[in-house]
Design a protein around this ligand. Structure first.
Ligand code: SF4
Length: 189
């Protein structure tokens, strides 16, 4: 590269000699940034969704390439959020693709000092056994005046905000059916 070409590439030279005297546009842009292509431009398709993290329910556009989520952005058509996402919603791509995401059941025994992996069927059986035992031990048929209660205070439910509407509906149905009355969701807190 000759000296003239080299100097012509300096941002300050381009700022002083070009059409961007304040250096806030083309003069400040490097060759590397000029060649960048947004993931949204190369996506194969865009799916519409709703941010799962809180009860605001901001609209999202999910950009997919090669059947993998490559970007999630706010949906300008959403009357709720009009294209905006808070930092949690903006980072929700990692909910799907994050390498730290746990995909196996981890269990730490009482007095245990480390986590151990369990297969899902074993974990589900253990949970079911505990629910049945807690319900039997704490069931309240009637209050001291003899009025019917049909409840247990020994079981409560706290849903996570990444559960979807359908999952929360089923969780509420299940917990109510077994007599629990303390049923909440993190998204309402
Ligand atoms: S977590 Fe943020 S982006 Fe998601 S629904 Fe709530 S306010 Fe909207």
């Amino acid at each position: 590269m000759d000296v003239r070409t080299f100097i012509a590439g300096w941002p300050v030279y381009r700022q002083l000699t070009g059409a961007d005297p304040l250096g806030r546009g083309a003069a400040a842009k490097s060759k590397g940034s000029a060649e960048l292509v947004a993931r949204t431009e190369t996506a194969d398709r865009v799916a519409r969704s709703v941010c799962p993290y809180c009860a605001v329910g901001c609209g999202q556009r999910v950009f997919v390439k090669d059947e993998r989520v490559v970007q999630i952005e706010g949906d300008p058509d959403s009357p709720i959020s009009r294209g905006r996402l808070c930092p949690k919603g903006s980072a929700s791509r990692s909910l799907v693709t994050g390498p730290l995401r746990q995909k196996k059941v981890l269990y730490r025994r009482p007095y245990g000092t480390d986590w151990e992996e369990l297969d899902l069927a074993t974990a589900m059986d253990m949970i079911a056994d505990r629910v049945v035992a807690a319900r039997a031990a704490t069931w309240e048929d009637r209050d001291p005046a003899g009025r019917p209660l049909n409840r247990t205070l020994g079981i409560s439910g706290l849903g996570g905000a990444t559960l979807d509407n359908e999952e929360n509906y089923l969780i509420k149905k299940l917990f109510t059916a077994i007599g629990a009355i303390q049923i909440e969701n993190q998204a309402r807190i």
